[in-house]
Design a protein around this ligand. Structure first.
Ligand SMILES: [Mg+2]
Ligand SMILES: [Zn+2]
Length: 207
């Protein structure tokens, strides 16, 4: 598993690790199809397009006290479709687009492996959450995973977090599969997009 930070924050990486202090709620945010429009094996920074209303939603969540942590399967690296340099360029662009609207992620963790690698960090495996635990003090019972795939939903449910599925990206077809499978009482929030999911989560958090 790997951590991406903006260039201006890389020098202070060690100082931030395992930050002490009270555990905070966290939003674990899928990237493709959730934070930004889905593009197949995105490698060109020019193709990065934020989901409308996303930065404002991130600001509201940040102001409500949530850590904002990206968690992303980037199997394009393991499959040889994209390289780490292209991922970096895409992430720099995403970071710049967010910063232009006074929004930011606290960190971005990604799995660079192909499915057949059998790693412990490809969602829904919990490796990216464990990596986040090594750097941040976050609280399981008040934290959410938001994404457009069942791998995001299952990452949350398997680890005891709440799950939100967004209908952007692959979300609409994944919602159909979600409704067909035996939910065994698991409650999954389904929302049209990231801003709608954040609104529902904040309404719940304030109750
Ligand atoms: Mg996705
Ligand atoms: Zn992995």
């Amino acid at each position: 598993m790997s951590l991406w930070l903006p260039p201006d924050r890389r020098v202070t990486t060690d100082d931030e690790s395992a930050a002490p202090g009270p555990a905070r709620p966290a939003l674990f945010l899928d990237r493709d199809g959730c934070l930004i429009e889905e593009r197949h094996y995105l490698s060109d920074p020019e193709q990065v397009a934020l989901i409308p209303g996303g930065p404002a939603a991130l600001r509201r969540a940040r102001d409500a006290g949530f850590l904002l942590i990206g968690v992303s399967n980037q199997s394009g690296i393991g499959r040889g479709k994209i390289d780490e340099r292209q991922l970096d360029a895409v992430m720099c662009q995403l970071s710049d687009l967010l910063a232009a609207e006074d929004a930011a992620l606290d960190a971005f963790f990604y799995c660079p492996h192909a499915p057949e690698d059998g790693c412990s960090c490809r969602k829904p495996a919990p490796g990216l959450l464990e990596e986040a635990s090594a750097r941040f003090s976050w609280e399981r019972t008040t934290s959410w995973v938001i994404g457009d795939k069942l791998s995001d939903v299952d990452l949350a449910l398997d680890a005891g977090l709440a799950a939100a599925l967004v209908r952007t990206g692959y979300g609409r077809e994944q919602e159909t599969v979600l409704r067909q499978r035996d939910a065994t009482g698991d409650r999954v929030l389904v929302a049209d997009d990231l801003p709608a999911a954040v609104s529902a989560i904040l309404a719940e958090a304030c109750r």
